[in-house]
Design a binder for this molecule. Sequence first.
Ligand SMILES: [Zn+2]
Length: 302
Amino acid sequence: MYHRVADPGSDPWGLSVTPDNFSAHLAALKRDRAVLGMDDFVTQARAGTLPSHAVAITFDDGYHDNLAAAAPLLSAAGLPATLFLASAPSFRQTGYWFEDLADLILDARDPADARVQIGGETVAIRFGPRESADEDRRGWRAWNGGRTQRETLFHALWERIRVLPVEAQTVTLARIGAALGRAPSRSARPMTQAELGDLARGPFTIGGHTVDHVDLPTLDDSEAFAQIANGRTDAEQVATGPVNGFAYPYGRCEPRLGPIVQAAGFSWACTTRHAHVDRRRIDPYFLPRIQAEDRPDIDWLN
Ligand SMILES: [Zn+2]
């Protein structure tokens, strides 16, 4: 599971692999593994014919670097990949709220002392001058806890905003931007619809990842179905083949969602559960995945 092929200074969720490391991963995968497209992978797993060294390459969300950096390296290596597309950030060019939040809080130059309404509560947006750890965030991951006021606040806000309805997420980010007197840079922008078309004519197959990158367990069945099914319809607009696969945003899933994903027309779905696929018995709507690590080797796959 990849998200970005890029080298940002700050990467709170470990979503980026540098182009050099991605290139090294592809060389190692090509040498040591059988790299399949996801549809072939699932078909062979269902038939019980999946080779033990089979792997499939996936990307989530739809970041611009997938086209600019990942696609040329995949094409050069002759390897396929699947992109699970969250369609609204691309089609409406609204950006990703979690990138905007990182931009506004982690990259803030000046101290802040403001209050912002978030989901019906007043939340303090308060931090002082940049601390020494704020000047080098390389290697810092949010799940290890904040080292500075900005990092601690970022993680607390992220948890709070993730579970809000999408309209409230947009409003909240606008309020935070207004309170800080800044607009997010959008350096980690989603592909446009035209760029997605280019991607789909290359080594990428397109899958679904909901319209608004929603936290599905917070939605009822009909809301979840609409997000999943409309996301599939959107994906079909840019895809050059069938849209068979889905991935749960944030990896957030529960058993009731499997039949909903199936009803929306998908044949299989990926979680972020860190495990190898069990070749004796696969659960096609809850396939595990392993998050790629930003290092040259692929030992993290073992
Ligand atoms: Zn995602």
